[in-house]
Unconditional design. Structure first.
Length: 498
């Protein structure tokens, strides 16, 4: 009976081992399924419960091991005499535990590999995005959006006449650039200059290149080829008078000033609206023939659109206009000694030289100019009645009375006789526009002087523009006249004509 019982126990143990073995195989076979599910979920960015399932499997395995051990212990208690069989049973139990432990380890390794594969797949799937965010090319692209990379101009070739201007339209790219400042340069400023804002001005005949460069990126620029042809055209004609009354047989010649003085030509064309009343020659000398009125027109050869006219009234009075009664006394208006073509001086008026007040003021002016690097000196000061008479007559003999009256006063009507007038430096049109002339125009009033015959006021003063002729009137009046831009005639409300 005991032998049958032992055989039964052994059979039960063997069956248990078989079932446990099959269970271990099942656990090992389940591991790949768990790895596949874990990888799939991680790639999709979802969480997985494989860890908890593995923990459960491990716990079940431990419980089986414990059950197997307990079974062995019970057999030991029931049959203390079957030591050999007990030993066999213990060996089989140990073998079962080892197999179970090996299966659990295999499952754990599979689980670890699954996690590693899942983690690797997750990192791989995010890598392109992270690389783009941290790459140097991305930073460079952002920097380029704030820096000028190219410049576009609406013109790249222009042809201008001297004096003309043109400003190209500039577009800088990209539009998001922070600093779009421009730097303009000319390869030859004798041909064309350019302002900081890009206005190109034609200066002289020739060719040059004007370049605009980015203020923030000196490597980026664009160019304009400039061709300048000829000199500037005349823009304006000024006459020293626009109306004149003369007697039959008399002549008169308006003084012409064309602007700019460096125009391509200062040549004039003269015409008369009625040559039976007055004619005009190529030099502008008008001759009266019969009583009446006509219009004398002067046109610029440089620019046919620039025209100025003179209204001529011819009388039948044979007496020369300008022959007046001898002047017996000087004329003061509002405290100002007035000498012009209307108001003269007695032949006896002779201070003998510049007045002390005038000379002292001039010496101060001269010293101030020298401090500014400008040399001002006296070419002509006081002239007596007789000296003026001889000088004027020499001009009449040379160019005629009408022409001489434009720039030279008749005896008794010259400011030089007052001792208050000075001709400075070069007494000719070559003085116009010089640094000395500019300095006088800007500063002479500070010392009580005025430019007596300013440009554009020829018809009012009766004389051509003379930037070298200054007249002392005192500092207070000089400042008032300078600030107002008025001549003595305009300020006092008087005329100047013979």
């Amino acid at each position: 009976m005991k032998g049958k019982r032992k055989k039964f126990v052994i059979a039960v143990i063997i069956a248990a081992f078989a079932v446990f073995s099959v269970g271990c195989d099942f656990i090992v076979k389940e591991t790949p399924v768990e790895v596949e599910n874990a990888y799939s979920r991680n790639v999709n960015g979802e969480s997985t419960d494989s860890d908890s399932e593995a923990d459960t499997d491990s716990l079940n395995s431990d419980e089986k091991d414990t059950a197997s051990k307990n079974g062995s212990d019970k057999d030991k208690d029931k049959d203390n005499t079957g030591s050999d069989k007990k030993s066999d049973t213990d060996k089989n139990s140990s073998s079962s535990k080892a197999a179970s432990s090996k299966a659990a380890q295999s499952k754990a390794e599979s689980k670890t590999e699954s996690k590693a594969a899942s983690s690797k797949a997750s990192v791989s799937s995010r890598a392109p995005s992270n690389a783009a965010t941290s790459s140097g090319s991305s930073v460079s692209s952002k920097a380029n959006e704030t820096e000028v990379s190219s410049i576009s101009l609406d013109i790249h070739e222009i042809t201008l006449d001297v004096g003309q201007t043109k400003m190209p339209i500039v577009t800088m790219f990209p539009k998001t650039a922070l600093d779009k400042s421009e730097v303009w340069t000319s390869s030859d400023e004798k041909v064309a200059t350019v302002t900081s804002s890009g206005t190109i001005r034609a200066v002289g005949e020739g060719k040059c290149v004007v370049t605009v460069t980015s203020g923030s990126n000196s490597k980026v620029s664009s160019k304009v080829s400039v061709t300048v042809t000829g000199k500037p055209k005349v823009e304006k004609i000024s006459l020293d008078f626009n109306e004149k009354t003369i007697a039959v047989g008399e002549t008169v010649m308006p003084r012409v000033t064309m602007t700019p003085l460096d125009a391509d030509t200062l040549a004039e064309e003269w015409t008369s609206s009625d040559e039976s009343i007055a004619t005009v020659d190529k030099d502008g000398i008008i001759t009266a023939h019969a009583k009446g009125e006509c219009e004398i027109k002067v046109t610029s050869v440089s620019n046919k659109d620039v025209i100025e006219t003179v209204k001529i009234t011819v009388t039948d009075n044979k007496e020369k206009e300008g022959e007046k009664e001898p002047v017996t006394e000087e004329t003061y208006i509002q405290g100002v000694l007035v000498v012009n073509k209307t108001y003269g001086l007695p032949e006896s008026y002779a201070p003998g030289g510049l007045t002390s007040e005038c000379r002292e003021a001039f010496n101060e002016l001269k010293a101030a100019a020298a401090e500014d690097g400008i040399t001002i000196y006296i070419s002509s000061g006081y002239r007596s009645y007789q000296e003026q008479k001889a000088l004027h007559q020499s001009y009449v003999d040379s160019v005629g009375e009408a022409a001489a009256d434009v720039f030279s006063a008749r005896a008794g009507y010259s400011e030089h006789q007052t001792g208050l007038a000075i001709d400075c430096n070069e007494v000719s049109d070559s003085f116009i526009g010089t640094p000395e002339a500019q300095w006088l125009a800007q500063h002479c009033y500070e010392y009580g002087f005025i430019i007596r015959y300013p440009q554009g006021k020829e018809s009012i003063t009766g004389y051509k523009y003379e930037p070298w002729h200054i007249r002392y009137v005192g500092e207070e009046l000089a400042k008032e006249l300078n600030d107002s831009g008025l001549t003595i005639e305009e300020y006092l409300g008087i005329t100047s004509s013979y």
